[in-house]
Design a protein around this ligand. Sequence first.
Ligand SMILES: [Cu+2]
Length: 163
Amino acid sequence: MKVFTLVAIAVGLVLGLSLGQQVAVAQGGQVIEVKMIGDSVGFRFEPAGIVVQPGDTIRWVLESGPPHTATAYAGDLPAVGDPRRIPDGAPGFDSGLLVNLGDAFEYAIPADAPLGTYDYYCLPHILLGMKGTVIVGQPGGPGSEINEEEPTRSRQGIQGGRG
Ligand SMILES: [Cu+2]
């Protein structure tokens, strides 16, 4: 009887652990799609601003006007005016060049990713204003500060109430 009780407790602990893991995954785990577009209207990400949670995956899909990239402002490319506009301690992301229609780049946001604002751009079209913003959890960090010299389309989009 004593052994049975111990086994029951052990099973309960194991179940509890796995339930906890499932809950953690359920908080994120969604795939959010962003289109990369270049057409007669202009070069842009749609939607330009998204709010996601750790554990979510962002999927950028090349819709038109290639090539495009989704490149975080990680401070890696100062030659093209790339200040750091992602939270301290956060790794950047870079799709590399997407060339063919329908090509996609997926970035899974780590479960322990720093919360905050992640600004990113398209390397070939940064000067044409092709920029976007990902808010992980809540705004914050250098990306949340308005750059008055270079207001971005995505910032305007979020201020306009787009998710
Ligand atoms: Cu582009």
